[in-house]
Design a protein around this ligand. Structure first.
Ligand code: ATP
Ligand code: CA
Ligand code: CA
Length: 436
């Protein structure tokens, strides 16, 4: 099943980084999870816990393959956040502990951040800039309170904030967050929407080469797309979005976008879009190796029984305060994909993990949307002010993506409001436009 082996040379550095990230998470998270739960204190928001890993290991830190330092930020806050987001502690560790993690080929954004998927595709590790890291720590309390007040928030769900540092290497900060897209459904189209038009165009000519590219605002408008939600769902969605945007405005955040993944039920999963081959890091093996593996093989979730057995093993190890070591859990893949693993209880994940389109009369439509507000750690700092100034000299200021946070939020919210309507309403509006 494993297709091609790729020799490790220049990309070896990435492999070690990935290995160290996972080892650090595993040890840090099991350490916090092993303790009896307690209420948060103010101090918890500012805690950093440092571990030094080496080949020898010691009482507190198991031996590792490489020398590196690891920092776990606000571990109790993130433990509580994971509970609020209803993650099972054992499941979380298992996903990030499994034999494989995946990396998307390259880094999708312009920022140079790297993205890694957990083996089961549920979690994303994103490396972030030092400024974003500092900022997240600063706003953590507001974010935490927002999640308490808004269990259905559309904002990125942060599950952990960490740092690795290798000898002579740079400090690498990263977050663990939710993958908005489900492991078990083809996503036929992806849009990253900001409500801006300038520079917000994916070259349509390039779509042939890369049919699964993330499209932007202008591509959305060209296609006359809508988020086809009936009256009730539209209201639920926009009400939550507004609350989330208000928080971002208050915290002077900008540059975020609404990520929209569309699953077309008429097309189903037949095209096996998920079956693209992904670069795999295999930290569980005895020798560092990277391989290309069909994604479907890796995204298979363990069968219920298998999953329960592995969860038991893990709980056992966690309770025993024994760090979970690589390769100790079974990695056997069952043949069946488990369908419909939605996230129970969350409004925008109620339809097979997403939010299904509805008609005006509330009957279900043909699409499932996977929605969330991403990239929300950019503070309107001096850099953005400069960017605004320079771009402002040359074009219409309200169309520039770097606006002050207040205006950015307004433009963003207005744009999304404007494109959220049932198919019927969209048709009516188009006819009215034609008539005028
Ligand atoms: P830039 O600052 O240039 O926009 P970035 O490196 O900060 O880029 P993001 O904007 O966070 O990156 O994400 C880039 C792309 O990665 C998104 O457009 C989306 O396709 C994918 N992506 C990011 N976060 C998620 C997520 N939580 N779930 C699924 N896909 C995601
Ligand atoms: Ca972005
Ligand atoms: Ca960014």
């Amino acid at each position: 099943r494993v297709l091609v082996g790729i020799k490790v040379d220049e990309s070896h550095a990435n492999w070690v980084t990935a290995y160290n990230m996972l080892t650090g998470i595993r040890v840090a998270v099991s350490r916090t999870n092993a303790k009896i739960d307690r209420n948060l204190t103010d101090a918890d928001f500012y805690v950093k816990q440092k571990s030094t890993f080496d080949i020898a290991g010691n009482e507190l830190v198991p031996s590792a393959k490489y020398d590196f330092k690891f920092k776990d930020y606000a571990p109790w806050v993130f433990r509580h956040l994971r509970t609020l987001f209803r993650l099972d502690p054992a499941d979380y560790l298992m996903s990030l502990t499994g034999k494989y993690i995946l990396s998307e080929l390259g880094s999708p954004g312009k920022s140079g951040s790297f993205f890694y998927f957990s083996r089961d595709y549920k979690y994303i590790i994103k490396t972030i800039h030092h400024a974003e890291h500092k900022f997240l720590r600063k706003i953590l309390k507001d974010y935490y309170q927002h999640v308490i007040d808004n269990p259905n928030t559309l904002l990125s769900q942060f599950y952990g904030l960490h740092r690795v540092k290798m000898p002579y290497g740079k400090k690498i900060h990263f977050v663990v967050m939710n993958n908005l897209f489900p492991p078990h459904r083809d996503i036929h189209q992806t849009f990253d929407l900001k409500g801006s038009t300038i520079g917000r165009d994916y070259r349509e000519d390039d779509l042939g080469k890369n049919p699964r590219a993330t499209l932007k605002d202008l591509n959305w408008m060209r296609r006359k797309r809508h988020l086809e939600l009936g009256i009730q769902k539209k209201q639920m969605f926009l009400t939550q979005l507004q609350k989330d945007v208000r928080l971002l405005q208050r915290l002077h955040i900008m540059d975020y976008s609404l990520l929209v993944g569309i699953h077309d039920l008429k097309r189903g999963n037949e095209e096996n879009l998920r079956d693209k081959t992904l670069r795999v890091f295999n930290p569980g093996g005895n020798i560092p190796e990277e391989q290309d593996v069909p994604a479907s093989v890796l995204m298979r979730t363990p069968s219920k029984l298998e999953g329960q057995r592995r969860a038991r093993e893990l709980r056992h190890m966690i309770q025993a305060e024994k760090p979970v070591l690589m390769g100790e859990t079974s990695n056997r893949m069952p043949d069946e994909l488990e369908e419909g693993q939605s996230r129970p209880g969350f409004v925008f994940n109620q339809d097979d993990g997403g939010f299904r389109a509805t008609h005006e009369d509330n009957t279900p439509g043909d699409e499932i949307y996977y929605l969330g507000v991403i990239d929300c750690l950019t503070h309107y700092g001096i850099i953005k002010k400069l960017e605004n100034f320079w771009k402002g000299l040359s074009s219409d200021r309200s169309q520039i993506s770097a606006l002050a946070p207040q205006q950015y939020g307004e433009r963003f919210y207005n744009f999304i409001t404007g494109v959220t309507m049932s198919q019927e309403q969209a048709t009516r509006e188009a006819q009215e436009k034609d008539a005028a």
